[in-house]
Design a protein around this ligand. Structure first.
Ligand code: SAM
Length: 176
């Protein structure tokens, strides 16, 4: 009897997890927030291309699991802010930041980056699609200070001319 109860308990838990996963994936697609992480070697290249230093403030717009802000702090010594609309990804990156004791230099905020104040950035990293990039470009033109570096992975910021391109890694560096 106990074994049967245990079995049904296990099946029920599994069903709930699958339903939550489906809801999460559907929600991500509906709000236009799919998660496709940048491979780590491209993250490093992204930060090298922008010549990130310890006096930089790096904002990642749509920070996913926090890999860009974590590497920028750990390997380049920068102060970092991640803006992520998905609560689970934001929570997961918060856990990663705490586990690495980076909470004094890295912050992740669960927020829509279109509504966020990004004016204190000296470097902005982006991995979004064409349509989102069009809107981001207008926001960045308004908010960022002259000289701020913006690196986009895979997608161009139409209408801006890159100051550097790494075709092999699909990276485009712009300067405001
Ligand atoms: C392609 S992933 C990139 C994640 C991370 N930057 C990386 O390169 O590994 C895009 C991320 O942007 C987030 N996102 C999309 N639109 C957003 C918005 N308006 N505000 C905040 N985050 C957003 C998604 O939830 C997703 O995690």
């Amino acid at each position: 009897m106990a074994n049967i109860l245990l079995f049904y308990g296990f099946v029920l838990t599994l069903e709930i997890l699958v339903i939550l996963l489906v809801v999460w994936i559907a929600w991500s697609a509906a709000v236009g927030a799919p998660w496709v992480p940048t491979p780590r070697k491209n993250v490093r290249r992204m930060l090298e291309l922008a010549e990130v230093r310890s006096d930089d403030v790096v904002f990642d717009l749509g920070s996913g699991d926090g890999r860009i802000i974590i590497m920028a702090a750990e390997e380049f010594g920068a102060k970092c802010v991640g803006l992520e609309v998905d609560p689970f990804r934001a929570l997961w990156s918060w856990v990663k930041i705490r586990r690495r004791h980076l909470q004094h230099s890295v912050r992740v905020i669960r927020e829509n980056f279109f509504r966020a104040d990004v004016g204190s950035a000296t470097v902005v990293t982006i991995y979004q699609g064409h349509e989102v990039n069009k809107k981001i470009r207008d926001k960045l033109s308004r908010d960022l200070r002259p000289g701020t570096r913006v690196v986009s992975y895979r997608f161009l910021l139409q209408g801006w001319t890159p100051v550097k391109t790494d075709e092999e890694s699909s990276l485009f560096l712009y300067e405001v």
